[in-house]
Design a protein around this ligand. Structure first.
Ligand code: 5GP
Length: 240
């Protein structure tokens, strides 16, 4: 299957039309950015680490009954995915307080959030992805109230699956961001990626960052961290 017309180029992925109707080709590039694109670099192989982890999680989620856009991999950085009409929401699930909610609210870094907290941002870089609430989401007609309830339910199910798998590998799932879209019949699917760029992961023993915070805050060699953590994540599901 070949990549045809470039449909969209984001900060770290390019999306192409393919020769098959309603199947898109997603290429995970080596670009890494932070702070709304204010910090940028190219890190060789980074795209393949994120693609590998995303494919692994999409397969794991499908096995757990979550509908995702993932169809198959073509090579180590190229994914074939079902075409979706993307919903412009960033659905963030938080198990421990970190990042923007520590900056914006009186939470302590690492404070457990039990039950997990779902925060939903409006995906719009020009507005710096402002936080929404349920009324705003429905008033903006991004999704209906019942669709929003479904999205939250799926997000919590995804949290359970990822959290359990990562815990078995000695990794704490602090928070992560999801994006959803609608298939042709209106069914809601998980889209985009689930990778070290979109999750916050801490080593359960040492508390070290194993995600893009290493790049954001110059905590070490981001490629070395992505290499090691992707091998830990993709380790045999039962053998650990
Ligand atoms: P925070 O709100 O603390 O900046 O981010 C919470 C979590 O969502 C982090 O794991 C972060 O990586 C992820 N996240 C938030 N916004 C974005 C975004 O625009 N792109 C990506 N890839 N991840 C995001």
């Amino acid at each position: 299957m070949e990549a045809r017309e470039l449909l969209y180029s984001g900060k770290a992925k390019s999306v192409y039309r393919s020769s098959v109707p309603h199947e898109l080709i997603l290429r995970f590039r080596d670009d890494i950015t932070a702070f709304d694109g204010g910090k940028k670099d190219v890190k060789e192989k980074k795209g393949s680490y994120n693609a590998g982890v995303s494919a692994f999680f999409f397969r794991l989620l499908e096995e757990s009954g979550v509908k995702t856009h993932f169809l198959r991999m073509i090579d180590d950085r190229t994914m074939v995915a079902r075409e979706l009409t993307m919903i412009p929401l960033e659905v963030i699930v938080r198990n421990l307080a970190a990042g923007s909610i520590v900056r914006n609210y009186p939470f302590k870094e690492g404070q457990p959030l039990n039950p997990p907290v779902i925060v939903i941002d409006y995906k719009d870089d020009s507005r710096h992805d402002p936080m929404l609430n349920d009324d705003l989401i429905v008033a903006l007609k991004v999704v209906t109230g019942p669709e929003l309830a479904t999205i939250k339910q799926i997000a919590l199910r995804i949290n359970d699956v990822l959290r359990q798998h990562l815990a078995r590998q000695g990794i704490t799932l602090v928070d992560f961001k999801l994006e959803f879209g609608k298939g042709q019949d209106g069914t809601i699917y998980l889209g985009d990626e689930i990778s070290m760029d979109s999750m916050r992961l801490w080593d359960a023993k040492t508390g070290e960052s194993l995600d893009k915070d290493v790049y954001r805050f110059d905590k070490g060699d981001v490629l070395d961290v992505y290499d090691k953590v992707s091998h830990r994540i993709i380790a045999d599901k039962k053998g650990s």
